[in-house]
Design a protein around this ligand. Sequence first.
Ligand code: PEP
Ligand code: MN
Length: 472
Amino acid sequence: MPATNWTPSSWQSKPAAQDVVYPDPEHLSRVLAKIKQLPPLVTPSEIERLRHQLSLVQRNEAFLLHAGDCAESFDACTHENISNKIGLILSVSLILIWGARLPVVRIGRIAGQYAKPRSSAIEKIGDREVLSFRGDNVNGLSPDDRTPDPERMLSAYFHSTTTLNYIRGLLSSGFASLDHPRDWSLSHVRSPGLRKEFERITEGLQDALGFTRTIGLGWENTPYEKGGSRSVLGEVDFYTSHEGLMLNFEEAMTHAFTLPDSSKPESEGPRPTAFYNTSAHFLWIGDRTRQLNGAHVEYFRGIRNPIGIKVGPSMQDEELIRLLDIVNPDKESGRVTLITRYGAAKVEKHLPGHITAVQRSGHPVIWICDPMHGNTLTSSTGLKTRHFGTIISELTACIRTHAGVGSRLGGVSLEFTGELTEDGFSVTECLGGSMGLAEEELGLRYQSFCDPRLNFEQSLDVAFLISDHFKR
Ligand code: PEP
Ligand code: MN
């Protein structure tokens, strides 16, 4: 059912947290009018297909991997960075498939993840006070370039398009084929143990897939939106996402389409329409912008895309149910993913209450754990970091808590990067992992301009831990 009293611009009458003020409103209008005319990045059929696949996750028939950078930057839009990131997402998903014996739905924080919410609008740099950096689609990282410029939204559109075009190209030319795992920058994994373990899995999967092909298990007669025929973006399904923070941009990318429903003949009358945000398959509401009466919740309630909601320690049980009633009044499976991010020490305090409240309400949600955002700390050398051990504690506490109240963790949301330094080394932004990254090593190859990300090896470590857990 379409949302009542909703339009793509109805959010404008509500207070918007993290709002960006542009010095020249006419310039902003011109840019938005241009974006409105530009073609979609993703299609309604792809979005419906993701909704269908997420309904499988909600029913425990698939696992969700949501992963990528905290924020993308225009400068990092290079062929190496994109292929390394996709390679890492594919590697992690294979390890999960192997352990959980379930299909994995892959959603990248990619091709549009530019805007960042900030805890303060002003930042102190030396003895200067400047506007905070809000992401490449708003202003520049340089302290001299902090005035919001609407042209950056247009640039974000084109960088997203370029990124997605390259992803589509990579995947449709066999990059995801199991004959290629060594191309997924795995050659940079220095630990022989990790490499051996990964090779054992790909060989096993290759055998299993060969067998499936031989006996001809196919989906040929199933409609595309229900998971049939060719995958989204080539040999494997891969979807894009970003935080739906910049509502002007999201509104400009929102268009009405008839619902693609290949099972209904035209003769049964006109098909209903729905509003799709065509800039990404999946969008999420951040922990700082999920106010019940705020602009973001208003915008999100009307789009047909599957959505995520970040759930932090300040979320009340009752508030969570009211939020679900607003964004999913018809209780549709696959529509809402709750992304919990409490901090390792707070899971046991908040998660059981949240789960039982949702169970009582009858809302069909997917629960995934973001073990990154509640566990950020500052190292003694002043770098923003996260400890691998704490990330694993939050993950295992989530798995345990779900099991304890008759629920199940449906996936993970990670900030990781396959980015390498010019000399081919992994970044050093998070502490620990099988490589035992120490505090004094953090400064060696710290490249993030936003939150610290797990590097290639540490991401495989996390994948093996989850995979082992689900095997039991
Ligand atoms: C993020 O996912 O990068 C983020 C800012 O998360 P949160 O809204 O949970 O703080
Ligand atoms: Mn982040």
